[in-house]
Design a protein around this ligand. Structure first.
Ligand SMILES: Cc1cc2nc3c(=O)[nH]c(=O)nc-3n(C[C@H](O)[C@H](O)[C@H](O)COP(=O)(O)OP(=O)(O)OC[C@H]3O[C@@H](n4cnc5c(N)ncnc54)[C@H](O)[C@@H]3O)c2cc1C
Ligand code: SF4
Ligand code: SF4
Ligand code: SF4
Length: 415
């Protein structure tokens, strides 16, 4: 069998959505990790019949992208709101407002199924189907790595054709790929796109896991990226080890999160994501309600997690309204600008997010250098034991002085 990383679209455009693999009737495409740690299609040239279906379907074809980028953005969502799930346990275990779980529960009650992302192992996230609340448990919580779509789009279509209600939740590029796969609207399909500023290289995740396994001399079993630990705005990244212990770090001092949120090693396509604009691709869009909520909405349960919610279609708005009416969720309408102000580049990306000059070097270093060393060099830091100080910062200079005095003193004593 000959596998080739054939360019169905220019590689820098590929989002790894996996639509090409789903449309190929000869199953000649499988998604594989490229050398930078991003998903790309690999074509088996023995089974490919050169029909061109994958190229026609690909949403990242230059011509199609051009059309997407220049489509009308002068629209407002039908409804924009801040909200949260009333079930305390669900809210605690969800990344932001737990609205995804409320929607899933609604679909299960109608006899439907839910497609979303679970951990396959500690560094791999995959799409799967949930039939009940027990299956859904593993879907909760963000996995900050590209999720392998597998043949999820085909499975969704099969379920829709049986007449079942289906909820599909994923990043906008994946939701868009599903829509292109289906080619027509289905009344029994609810599409939820999650706000997304990008996906980081899988090598970042693997290097992060290696760093903590080495430090703790133990194997990581699972990562929880959004441990609210009593304060959603100060969420922590928790690492669970085989020996039953765990450690966590606050997001702004966590090596993974700082590199991820700082956009250092995202997939190239994410820097100019064609879906980061209005109208959004899903019936509903879900994200975090970042911004100064203490000032505007101090009566909301901010510490537990607030979702930013966009109702983009009548179908989406009707379901959200039903969940509000039966007291499953709180839905508080706010002007879209309030949501936008909290994270403008997640809502609009008109080519304004630059690829960091260090990206290429960092992607190479992720494979060879310990993450801690790379991180300290990037952020100009030095370590003293478990502490980190800004190189040439006041504390660092004082410590340097103390160190040289100690050295001088010990030298004199030994003379
Ligand atoms: C890669 C990534 C980047 C994100 N960036 C932002 C951002 O910049 N701003 C923002 O406001 N929100 C962002 N989010 C979304 C946010 O973290 C929450 O997922 C969202 O607010 C829904 O939260 P919830 O509490 O309703 O549900 P939760 O239960 O926490 O949501 C889980 C849902 O997310 C899906 N999911 C988890 N991991 C992935 C993945 N890797 N790929 C596709 N789907 C996944 C699950 O299938 C499930 O449907 C991002 C999420 C991901 C996965
Ligand atoms: S963007 Fe999607 S459809 Fe196009 S090549 Fe990449 S994975 Fe395949
Ligand atoms: S050209 Fe046709 S057969 Fe070959 S990989 Fe693409 S869809 Fe499959
Ligand atoms: S930023 Fe855009 S292209 Fe990148 S993962 Fe998110 S939706 Fe997909």
């Amino acid at each position: 069998m000959r596998n080739k990383s054939r360019a169905i679209t220019p590689p820098e455009n590929c989002t790894g959505c996996g639509l090409c693999a789903n449309v190929c009737t000869h199953d000649a495409i499988r998604m594989a990790w490229n050398r930078d740690g991003f998903l790309v299609p690999e074509v088996n040239t023995n089974t490919c019949i050169n029909c061109g279906a994958c190229v026609i379907a690909c949403p990242a074809q230059p011509k199609h992208l051009e059309k997407l980028r220049h489509s009308n953005t002068d629209v407002q969502p039908i409804m924009s709101a801040g909200g949260w799930n009333h079930a305390q346990e669900t809210l605690a275990r969800s990344s932001s407002g737990g609205i995804f779980t409320a929607l899933a529960e609604y679909i299960f009650k109608l006899g439907g199924c839910v497609f979303g992302v679970v951990w396959d192992n500690k560094d791999t996230a995959v799409y799967t189907k949930a039939e009940n609340m027990e299956d859904l448990d593993a879907m909760r919580g963000s996995k900050y790595v590209q999720a392998i779509p597998g043949f999820a789009y085909r499975q969704v279509k099969d379920e829709l054709k049986k007449g079942r209600q289906v909820l599909f939740c994923g990043t906008s590029c994946q939701v868009y790929a599903l829509k292109r796969y289906l080619k027509k609207e289905y009344e029994n399909l609810l599409l939820v796109d999650i706000l997304c500023h990008g996906v980081p290289s899988r090598h970042l995740l693997q290097s992060y896991i290696r760093a903590y396994e080495k430090q703790q001399k133990n194997e990581i079993t699972v990562l929880q990226f959004r441990d609210k630990a009593g304060d959603w705005q100060k969420y922590r990244i928790k690492k669970f080890f085989k020996n039953g212990t765990s450690i966590s770090h606050c997001n702004w001092e966590d090596m993974f999160m700082r590199l991820f949120i700082g956009d250092y090693v995202l997939n190239t396509a994410c820097y100019s994501c064609p879906h980061a604009k209005l109208p959004r691709v899903g019936d509903i869009s879900l994200g975090d309600f970042w911004g100064n909520l203490q000032k505007r909405h101090s009566d909301w349960p901010i510490a537990q997690g607030i979702a930013s919610i966009l109702g983009n279609t009548e179908k989406g708005c009707t379901i959200l309204q039903k969940l509000q009416n039966n007291k499953t969720i709180s839905l508080n309408e706010v002007p879209f600008n309030e949501l936008y102000e909290g994270q403008p580049y997640t809502y609009y990306r008109d080519g304004s997010v630059a690829v960091p000059p260090a990206r290429k070097l960092l992607l190479n270093q992720l494979k060879t250098k310990p993450l801690g060393l790379m991180y300290d060099q990037l952020f100009n830091q030095v370590r003293f034991g478990p502490f980190r100080f800004k190189r040439q910062g006041m504390l660092h200079l004082i410590l340097k002085k103390v160190k040289s005095l100690v050295l001088l003193f010990t030298c004199r004593k030994t003379q």
